[in-house]
Design a protein. Structure first.
Ligand code: TYM
Length: 333
């Protein structure tokens, strides 16, 4: 039996952060040996917010470089740019015929964006989930490593797959969200309000490109309080968040020490944040430095993109041929 097929993408809208790392990239790296992986930069998806055209290239290059610097091996996976695969927008068009206005309007991400950019509620925004479904279904993926915020989009991808299969005959397997830790993750922002994000909460989000000083400064500003007054009390959300981040980058001994200090009501949050900041610096620094090297190596990036495009188009063209035939778009035989 062949390896299971995996697809996932990251929008090229800004700097990658710890949420992207722990929600998505860490899984990519852990999956690259065992699965048949297709990972890409979702540049078409980024167009919904009308980014400055001159920023698109540096953003795409940086996301590619950040993925590789985190440990993704372009020889083992297909690493490509979404707009290099023309089969994706063609499948997107087909899936749009099966997607209904009502369900698209109800999508949480559409409602959020419609609220935050009322002057630019474009059709690309509305059909964001069908483009994402095309990204996934074009390779017949069954596993999609993503963070918790993408759960609804995956549910829609399954609906569109089922609808296509029902109408035109079995074509697409159902894709499911995936995380090695079982539960999908949402990395919270340091101020206790919402999640780490490429475009919001910048001072409470740790980016893979942040300098050591900035990381330490952001960590020291993380929300805390005067500490528990009763032994073994429940941690408030924002303290739980700090422990969660510690679990991601610190040693077991460190986590146990601060957990015991908390339970015994002797925790010093200043010390904890300093330790967490230092562990975070040790984690991010090598990724940042490697990214800078790769990002400026244009011939290397071109080679990677071409290699990824070739692998991805081979698989995408087979699926598209099949989908066209099933729909009856098959006029020359
Ligand atoms: P994007 O670019 O917003 O985020 C990329 C990945 O990072 C995850 N993520 C998080 N995980 C945990 N905590 C956070 N705070 C956090 N912030 C972001 C996201 O869940 C995602 O896995 N629509 C997608 C891109 C996309 C895609 C696809 C993904 C386009 N086509 C096909 C999978 C399959 C997006 O905007 O992700």
């Amino acid at each position: 039996m062949g390896k299971e097929i995996v697809v996932s993408g990251i929008r090229s809208t800004g700097f990658l952060h710890l949420g992207n790392y722990f929600g998505a990239i860490k899984n990519y790296i852990d999956m690259q040996e065992q699965f048949n992986c297709y990972f890409f930069v979702a540049d078409y998806h980024s167009l919904t917010t009308h980014p400055d055209p001159t920023l698109l290239k540096p953003n795409v290059y940086r996301v590619l470089a950040e993925n590789i610097a985190c440990g993704l091996d372009p020889e083992k996976v297909a690493l490509y740019v979404q707009s290099d695969i023309p089969e994706i927008p063609e499948l997107y068009l087909m899936l749009n015929m099966l997607a209904y206005k009502g369900e698209l309007e109800k999508t949480a991400s559409f409602k959020d964006k419609a609220r935050s950019q009322p002057d630019n509620i474009n059709a690309g925004l509305l059909t964001y989930p069908t483009l994402m479904s095309a990204d996934i279904l074009i390779h017949k993926a069954v596993k999609v490593p993503v963070g918790k915020d993408q759960e609804q989009h995956l549910e829609m991808a399954r609906n569109f797959a089922q609808r296509f299969n029902h109408r035109y005959g079995d074509t697409f397997p159902e894709p499911h969200p995936f995380n090695f830790g079982k539960e999908l993750v949402k990395i919270p922002s340091l101020d206790g309000n919402g999640k780490m994000s490429k475009s919001e909460n910048e001072n409470a989000t740790i980016y893979l490109a942040d300098t050591d000083d900035l990381i330490l400064k952001k960590m020291m500003k993380a929300k805390t309080d005067q500490g528990p007054s009763e032994q073994n009390s429940t941690k408030p959300d924002y303290i739980e968040n700090l422990f969660m981040l510690m679990k991601l980058v610190s040693s077991q001994d460190t986590i146990e020490k601060y957990d015991a200090d908390y339970n015994n009501c002797v925790i010093r949050y200043g010390d904890m944040k300093k330790q967490l900041g230092e562990d975070m610096v040790n984690f991010i620094k090598p990724i940042r430095e490697k990214t800078l090297d790769i990002q400026t190596n244009t011939p290397y990036l071109h080679k990677i993109m071409k290699m990824g495009q070739e692998k991805a188009r081979e698989s995408a063209s087979k699926t598209l041929d099949e989908a066209r035939k099933k729909m009856g778009i098959n006029f020359y035989c």
